[in-house]
Design a binder for this molecule. Structure first.
Ligand SMILES: C[S@@+](CC[C@H](N)C(=O)[O-])C[C@H]1O[C@@H](n2cnc3c(N)ncnc32)[C@H](O)[C@@H]1O
Length: 227
């Protein structure tokens, strides 16, 4: 089965031989692909709602992997047990929700596990969660499909990384330098600029506005890429 570029980017970050938990699985394509291809021996396809789990059930049946992937009605990782997964995927959700779901599951702080997040919005919340909660971001990637997408892969080390707000917003993408990464970083900067200018023109005095302008200033000073 072939995956979209976005889900392939996510699948590539899953380790060979790992049990995978796909949180917010919807159609179940990711665990179906990973088990059908033999990359993963099994896993969990979890979703908050029954409808998506029905879709996943059908996908798993079509690809003949229903005996390898368990369906699970679960709010985040609430109904998933630590021993059931090595690599945990949150794809296609907002970054704020991903960070919230991770923050309430203490057992994800395990050096043997890997977290792969593919936030559709607010990727800065995911990076900030990782670097302030003892996780190290080991790699990131971006791709262009119908729009730009980003994926962030992290493992727990127990040590917080010293990272600033500019990093929270654009991660390693400026130095990766490929087209999709640069486009992603540019869009993030543009978003900050628009928000800062909107607050400015509304005459709002707030720490948020000051912080956004400080990020833009740092970005310009560091000249992270040349146009
Ligand atoms: C847009 S779909 C993404 C599907 C798939 N992961 C992908 O990337 O193509 C988001 C899915 O997340 C599920 N979801 C939303 N909040 C959730 C939560 N708190 N716990 C588990 N699943 C959730 C939704 O029901 C929906 O099926």
């Amino acid at each position: 089965m072939s995956l979209s570029k976005r889900l392939k980017m996510v699948a590539d970050m899953v380790r060979c031989g790992s049990l995978v938990a796909d949180i917010g699985t919807d159609h179940g394509y990711l665990p179906a692909h990973l088990t059908r291809s033999g990359k993963c021996p099994g896993g969990i396809a979890a979703d908050l709602r029954k409808g998506p789990l029905e879709n996943a059930k059908e996908t798993l049946h079509i690809y003949g992997v229903e005996d390898k992937v368990q369906l699970r009605l679960s709010d985040g990782l609430d109904s998933v047990l630590p021993h059931e997964c090595d690599d945990i995927v949150f794809a296609g959700m907002g970054g704020t929700l991903i960070a919230e779901l991770l923050s309430r599951t203490e057992w994800v702080k395990d050096k043997e596990k890997r977290i792969i997040a593919q936030p559709m919005t607010h990727s800065e919340d995911v990076r900030k969660f990782f670097v302030t909660n003892g996780f190290k971001i080991i790699t990131e990637n971006a791709c262009y499909d119908d729009r730009n997408y980003v994926a962030i892969c992290a493992e727990y080390t127990g040590e917080n990384e010293e990272k600033d707000d500019l990093y929270h917003h654009i991660g390693i993408h400026p130095i990766k330098g490929n087209e999709a990464s640069l486009n992603y970083a540019k869009k993030q900067i543009l978003r900050i600029k628009k928000r800062a200018e909107a607050l400015q023109s509304a005459g709002v005095q707030s720490p948020e506005k000051d912080n956004l302008f400080a990020i833009l200033k740092q970005f310009e000073e560091e000249q992270l890429w040349q146009e």
